[in-house]
Design a protein around this ligand. Structure first.
Ligand code: SF4
Length: 174
């Protein structure tokens, strides 16, 4: 089976992001990461908004960073919700950007799973319409206002309902 091309809205655009994964996420020293890094502290390899070892992450002991995928949450939070601002210039933004990033990462992950459902499981017309409607709900014109109006609990419930419907549909995985 060929891998469907990923929609552009689900692809990270690190040039439009304030290196959110490099400060927000924690990692533990081991096979995936060469050092311990707590959540909320910038990675020591961060240079501005760029990773100074990006070209050699795996060789440098950071294959976990090379594999990491925010599904486009980083640029939505930086560019659209915080209008291009950065926690580096405004440290008081670190916490609200982290909260927004965690939610948007979950939202974008749901969207990626909905896309897989459309591409691979051939849902019937009614279920396809539900999937497409939820995807639209998960992809508004993001801004501080639409984030404030977003209902994560309702989105999660709708997503779980669709997963249940997919499981019950002929040919979908159990
Ligand atoms: S959060 Fe996403 S877009 Fe931002 S630097 Fe990390 S991978 Fe790139």
């Amino acid at each position: 089976m060929t891998t469907p091309e990923r929609p552009s809205g689900l692809t990270p655009d690190c040039d439009s992001c304030a290196a959110l994964c490099c400060i927000i996420l924690a990692f533990d020293k081991g096979e995936a990461f060469a050092i311990d890094k707590p959540a909320g502290l910038p990675c020591p390899h961060l240079d501005g908004h760029a990773c100074s070892i990006h070209a050699s992450l795996t060789d440098a002991g950071f294959p976990g960073c090379a594999r990491y995928d925010c599904f486009g949450a980083g640029q939505i939070v930086t560019r659209d919700i915080f209008a291009g601002a950065s926690w580096q210039d405004q440290p008081d933004l670190a916490m609200p950007m982290a909260e927004a990033f965690r939610l948007l990462r979950e939202v974008q992950d749901m969207r990626a799973q909905l896309q897989i459902a459309l591409d691979r499981f051939a849902p019937d017309e009614a279920l396809r319409a539900r999937i497409e409607a939820l995807d639209r709900q998960l992809a508004p014109e993001w801004s501080a206002e639409t984030l404030a109006a977003f209902d994560p609990a309702a989105a999660r419930a709708a997503f779980q309902d669709i997963l249940s419907a997919l499981r019950n549909a002929k040919g979908a995985p159990a």
